[in-house]
Design a protein around this ligand. Structure first.
Ligand code: THU
Length: 143
């Protein structure tokens, strides 16, 4: 029997809608490429994020990491899915794949172009980043 926290259904439709909606908040004056992301936790909570660019280009933050930081900052680390909205459709970059994998190998990913909402591509993070780096070093005080 699963605990209530584990029974939340994955509601792709609202997760995708949330990613599409938050994309409007993207701060992308350098690339002009707006991205929105929404993560769902095992308990059914949704956290959103958009890309936030910087004049020092390399500091730019992707939408996926922005959404994950929101979830973790709210005390939620049990992530089960992430939806990404961009036009044209974008798959998470390598850095974001590693960032997503930190919170579970089974996390599902969906990518959609808001201009073509009927086409949704889906993977699990282990499809997109097999053999991800894991750190099994000495135990740290706080994890
Ligand atoms: N970007 C994301 O936010 N997510 C992705 O999956 C791919 C790229 C952002 C980074 C940058 O602000 C812009 O898109 C162009 O690379």
């Amino acid at each position: 029997m699963q605990t209530p926290a584990m029974t939340a259904e994955l509601d792709w439709s609202s997760l995708i809608s949330a990613a599409i909606a938050i994309r409007k908040r993207a701060y992308a004056p350098y690339s002009g490429f707006a991205v929105g992301a929404a993560v769902q936790t095992a308990g059914g909570q949704v956290f959103v994020g958009c890309n936030v660019e910087n004049a020092s280009y390399g500091l730019s933050l992707c939408a996926e990491r922005s959404a994950i930081v929101q979830a973790v900052s709210a005390g939620q680390r049990d992530l089960i899915a992430i939806a990404v909205a961009a036009s044209p459709l974008a798959t998470p970059c390598g850095a974001c794949r590693q960032f997503i994998a930190e919170f579970g190998q089974q996390i599902r990913i969906a990518a959609v172009d808001p201009a073509v909402p009927a086409i949704v591509r889906q993977w699990s993070i282990s499809d997109l980043l097999p053999e991800c780096f894991r750190f099994d070093g000495p135990p740290v005080a706080q994890r």
